[in-house]
Design a protein around this ligand. Structure first.
Ligand code: FES
Ligand code: FES
Length: 163
C-alpha cells in the first residue's frame, strides 16, 4: 500500500486514486480546501503546494507520483499554538489579500522561494511569483508581503518573526 504524508500526517493512498490529481485528493479525500482550483491546467498557480519541499501545481501532479511524498499545504503552516506563519501574517499586514482566492498558492510559492533564498531582493521575488496570477491586488502588495516576511523570518526576535 502506498503512502503520502500531508502536513505531517501519514495517509494510505487508496486503490483507484492513481489517476487522480493531488489537487482532487487534497480537496475531496482529505477535505483540505485551502488549496484552490483556478484553472485545472497548470497556468494560474492557485493550487500550488509543496511536495518534498518544492512548489508544484497540484492540478497537474498525479497521485501515481505521490508515493512516499511529503506534502505541505496552506493548512500545514498554522503553528501548534494556532498563530499564523510569518508569511501568512505578512500577507495580511501588507494588504496583499483581497478576495483571497490566489493567496494560498501565492504563500506556498513564496515558501518555496524563501527556502531557496531567505533574503530575496524585489526582482527575485517578482520572478519567483510571476507564474501565480492575481486578479485583485496588482501584485505590488504581494511583493511587499514576501519582502516583509523575509525580513521578519531573518530577525526572529521581532514580532511575527521566526520560520
Ligand atoms: S489550478 Fe492549478 S495552476 Fe491553476
Ligand atoms: S486576492 Fe483576489 S485573486 Fe488575488
Amino acid at each position: 500500500m502506498s503512502r503520502i504524508t500531508v502536513n505531517g500526517i501519514e495517509h494510505e493512498i487508496g486503490s483507484g486514486m492513481e489517476d487522480q490529481t493531488l489537487l482532487t485528493y487534497l480537496r475531496e479525500e482529505l477535505d483540505l480546501t485551502g488549496t484552490k482550483n483556478g484553472c485545472s491546467e497548470g497556468t494560474c498557480g492557485a493550487c500550488t503546494v509543496l511536495v518534498n519541499y518544492k512548489a508544484v501545481r497540484a492540478c497537474r501532479f498525479k497521485m501515481s507520483k505521490a508515493h512516499d511524498a511529503e506534502v505541505l499545504t496552506i493548512e500545514g503552516l498554522i503553528r501548534e499554538d494556532g498563530s499564523l506563519h510569518p508569511l501568512q501574517q505578512a500577507f495580511i499586514d501588507a494588504g496583499a489579500v483581497q478576495c483571497g482566492f490566489c493567496t494560498p498558492g501565492m504563500i506556498m510559492q513564496a515558501m518555496d522561494l524563501l527556502h531557496k533564498n531567505p533574503e530575496p531582493d524585489r526582482e527575485s521575488i517578482r520572478k519567483a511569483m510571476r507564474g501565480n496570477l492575481c486578479r485583485c491586488t496588482g501584485y505590488q502588495t504581494i511583493i511587499d508581503a514576501v519582502e516583509l516576511a523575509s525580513k521578519r523570518m531573518m530577525t526572529p526576535h521581532l514580532p511575527y518573526g521566526g520560520s
